[in-house]
Write a protein that binds this ligand. Structure first.
Ligand SMILES: [Zn+2]
Ligand SMILES: [Zn+2]
Length: 287
């Protein structure tokens, strides 16, 4: 089993990426949730182009891979799960859940820290929300994510198999929950106890700040409910809500590769979240 998974890891990942992409793209054509703001030809070359760029940069710039690091960690007994020496059928799901929590916390962090939000807003600036939105991240954010994942692997101590399962699962669920697809309301209500659904994650892509700062989960939906960041639906409804970031509405800037790469370096750093100095006054405040 180990040889099968580790020996074919790149093929497994690429296969799942294109498999899920194809299924979601067909589903988006068959049953779209919202009309497209911009056509596929205006967005997909850039959204998929940045994925290719990120893949090359990660290979060139990082000294190791997540799987290689997990193998070294296993050989040396690094990390909590190796210390506990649990049976594999217990350790593997625990590792996947712990890695997912790390990704949730990282996502909250990139919204809260203004400089990191500059990087992460490339993901949010897309004017439409579909399967390719799930893969578009600025290269610097991808490199930062990889370093955080390396640290999480050293602390948590997942097996190499658990790392592959987590990577494939996270990639597949991220493409699923960015899908511009329609699910029956009853199915969505049940499914969002197991996995983040498109209707749940779409709230996170609203231009409204309070909606953007909710539903941070990419894979497991429990963290948002547990940590108080869960929001069931957007105020404007899924068809009425506006996707993207307020003030960044030029397709040349936000949906073309050069504009996307430049986005973190534009504008003031003081216009978001914890740097904001103007708050709505309470209606009955006593000053
Ligand atoms: Zn986000
Ligand atoms: Zn997203």
């Amino acid at each position: 089993m180990r040889e099968l998974i580790l020996g074919h890891e790149p093929a497994i990942r690429v296969g799942f990426f294109f498999g899920v992409l194809a299924v979601m793209a067909l589903w988006e054509v068959a049953a779209p949730r919202r009309p497209a703001t911009l056509g596929r030809w205006a967005r997909w070359p850039s959204n998929l182009g940045i994925v290719v760029l990120n893949t090359v940069l990660v290979r060139l710039l990082l000294p190791t891979t997540v799987v290689a690091l997990a193998l070294v960690g296993e050989a040396n007994g690094w990390g909590l799960l190796h210390q506990l020496a649990l049976p594999a059928w217990v350790a593997l799901p625990l590792a996947v859940i712990a890695l997912d929590l790390a990704v949730y916390l990282q996502h909250v962090m990139v919204h809260a820290v203004p400089v990191l939000w500059r990087l992460h807003r490339v993901h949010h600036a897309d004017l439409h929300f579909d399967v390719t939105t799930g893969a578009r991240f600025h290269p610097i954010e991808i490199l930062l994510s990889m370093l955080i994942k390396f640290a999480a692997i050293l602390v948590i101590g997942p097996s190499p198999e658990a790392v592959v399962v987590f990577e494939v699962l996270l990639n597949a669920t991220a493409m699923f929950n960015h899908g511009n697809v329609r699910l029956p309301v009853a199915v969505d209500r049940w499914l969002r106890w197991l996995v983040v659904t498109p209707d749940m994650h779409r709230v996170h892509h609203s231009v409204e700040d309070d909606e953007t700062n909710s539903n941070f989960g990419f894979n497991l939906p429990w963290w948002d409910r547990l940590f108080g960041t869960y929001r069931a639906q957007p105020r404007g409804g899924h068809e009425g809500m506006t996707i993207g970031i307020r003030g960044w509405r030029d397709p040349q800037q936000v949906d073309r590769l050069p504009g996307m790469l430049a986005l973190p370096f534009l504008g003031k750093v003081t216009d978001y979240v914890i740097n904001r100095r103007q708050w709505a006054r309470p209606a009955t405040g006593n000053e």
